[in-house]
Ligand binder design. Sequence first.
Ligand SMILES: Nc1ncnc2c1ncn2[C@@H]1O[C@H](COP(=O)(O)OP(=O)(O)OP(=O)(O)O)[C@@H](O)[C@H]1O
Length: 325
Amino acid sequence: MKREAISGKNLSLGYQKGNDKKTILEGLNFSLQSGELTCLLGPNGVGKSTLVKAILGEIKPFKGEITIGGKTNSDFSNAELAKELAVVLTEPILPGNMTVSQLVALGRIPYTNWTGKLNQLDREKVNQALAATKITYLKDERLSEISDGQRQKAMIARALAQDGKVMILDEPTAHLDLVNRYEIMHLLREICVNEEKAILVVTHDLEIALETADQFWLLNCGTPLIAGLPEDLVISGQINELLPGKEFHFDPEKGKIQKTSDLPAWNISGDKNLTYWIQKAFSKKNIGLLDNLIEVKNEPFQILFEGKTFLSLEEFFKFLGSRKS
Ligand SMILES: Nc1ncnc2c1ncn2[C@@H]1O[C@H](COP(=O)(O)OP(=O)(O)OP(=O)(O)O)[C@@H](O)[C@H]1O
């Protein structure tokens, strides 16, 4: 069931040095729901980390209020906050000789006394977190001897062992390859649903966020936070708020950002998908209008042009080049 985990009302956020007040975000409202994966997207420097810092109580709002489970975040002690909210930040500094299960056990610090000694429940929570992130098989491996993707999963497991209702992750997929990026985001979605957590992910990975997020929060300079189902934001065109200017746009058909350009109306006939990739290659090579029809065939791929057959775009471009010279 959906429940509000964190809310922000009429927030004004920024930084103050002496009397010098720098406002970064103004009139900001949000509601983070449990059981949902929310992705916060926006250009560099717009204030995503500033919003996260405010949620974590690291900066105090100039105006407005942030509540966690109905209670103002500044009323929480650090220890209380750690039981509500777990954070995975970019590039943590970790001792390489620490094992994966030792790292995950750090998530239990808010519950153990200063000795860090785990009781039965702590050990169960560590094992559950390892299982939920599918890295039980790595538990005795050293952090310096596992891959970046595996280390990121271990960091997520540590946050999970903390057993808060909310998880916040700052660019958890940065530096990972495509498969790992998908895996991590799908894993987070699974955790949201299975463990009833509210998860907020700060990301620049629009395409993967579109595949996995339940909610999008879009931040752009000077506009209020736009929240909604990713698909609604695509349909309404509001997704373009992420892209300043007219140089790029979001192509709903392809599900990705494209360069906006006035392409020549090449006369291409054939499969729509093939035509799309051919136009892309033509545009990169600055191919102007051609006098004759370009016919495209599939299985095997063939380009028929002026009575000749080409089996690849590379062959075709060579021909066009030789024709010019
Ligand atoms: N400690 C600080 N003191 C003063 N200004 C700051 C401080 N930290 C960040 N800023 C400013 O706040 C603005 C927003 O920065 P923030 O880090 O929140 O952006 P961001 O959206 O997270 O960017 P990115 O995508 O690059 O991580 C920037 O103009 C930045 O210079």
